[in-house]
Write a protein that binds this ligand. Sequence first.
Ligand SMILES: *[C@@H]1O[C@H](CO)[C@@H](O)[C@H](O)[C@H]1NC(C)=O
Ligand SMILES: *[C@@H]1O[C@H](CO)[C@@H](O)[C@H](O)[C@H]1NC(C)=O
Ligand SMILES: *[C@@H]1O[C@H](CO)[C@@H](O)[C@H](O)[C@H]1NC(C)=O
Length: 280
Amino acid sequence: MAFKKSIPSVGMLALYAMQFAPSVLADVEFCPNDTPLSCSSPSIEPSCCFNSPGGAFLLTQFWDHDPSIGPSDSWTIHGLWPDNCDGSYEEFCDESREYSNITAIIEESGRTELLSYMNKYWKDNSGDDESFWEHEWNKHGTCINTIEPACYTDYTAQDEVVDYLQKAVDLFKTLDSYKALAAAGITPSNSKTYGLSEIHDALSNIHEGFAPYVACDGDYLSEAWYFYYVRGNLITGQYEPSEKLTESNCPETGIKYAPKSGGNNSTSPPTTACPAPARR
Ligand SMILES: *[C@@H]1O[C@H](CO)[C@@H](O)[C@H](O)[C@H]1NC(C)=O
Ligand SMILES: *[C@@H]1O[C@H](CO)[C@@H](O)[C@H](O)[C@H]1NC(C)=O
Ligand SMILES: *[C@@H]1O[C@H](CO)[C@@H](O)[C@H](O)[C@H]1NC(C)=O
């Protein structure tokens, strides 16, 4: 438990609770307010209060129209990924914490709301949500150093899995891409097309002015990745929206935003499970 800091005062704890209170307070390391922002310096050692080497976090979303996945008026969750501050990333970092029972883990934790939200908004495009969640945790979640078991003050096996999924959901709820686009007049259509800069502008409105990376599948809008740096621990830290580290593969103009649950006249091929380059 080399990461433990001295026990904070009651006043500090109260301040901490006011400023950083997540939806469910996890028993993770307390981090002081002057904790440096992730990716701010390569010389800072990884700790439970400093995400490294994966210090950039991406909350990633799909717009899956063919097949149509999830509610027709919402994007869906892809994942929450650590990146090495430069667009590269580590994956599958701890085989001993890879799981094939994510649903059971959430059920055992008692977070039924989390599970029902995931059943609606964290959808696999081939219908196997459990496998998709396993893939996201095993590949990306295990690489986040600030949620390793040693960072918990009162650890029960798989606590970090549920905290990680909850964090992804909590971030997703603050990033309503559908609504942001609609507010700028960008709505799903079989006939209209849109420009990349207007999509960037519309989505930057919900991310403190920083446009997410948007991906296209051919001409079809298909993903959005919102970047953050984090001050402190992944679960209890402060998220600061940041510049994307990857350039869009979409055309500058003529982007299609296809309606879901229609698929009428769509010529885009069905997207495949994780191995495809953009689907990670
Ligand atoms: C999930 O799987 C892990 C590893 O096999 C096991 O230790 C744990 O008890 C399982 N959890 C539930 C709720 O089944
Ligand atoms: C798709 O086309 C069929 C037949 O033309 C029509 O009945 C249906 O309403 C259309 N669906 C959407 C979402 O446009
Ligand atoms: C779909 O294609 C048919 C014929 O190709 C056309 O008549 C129809 O208007 C199209 N529907 C939409 C929603 O674009």
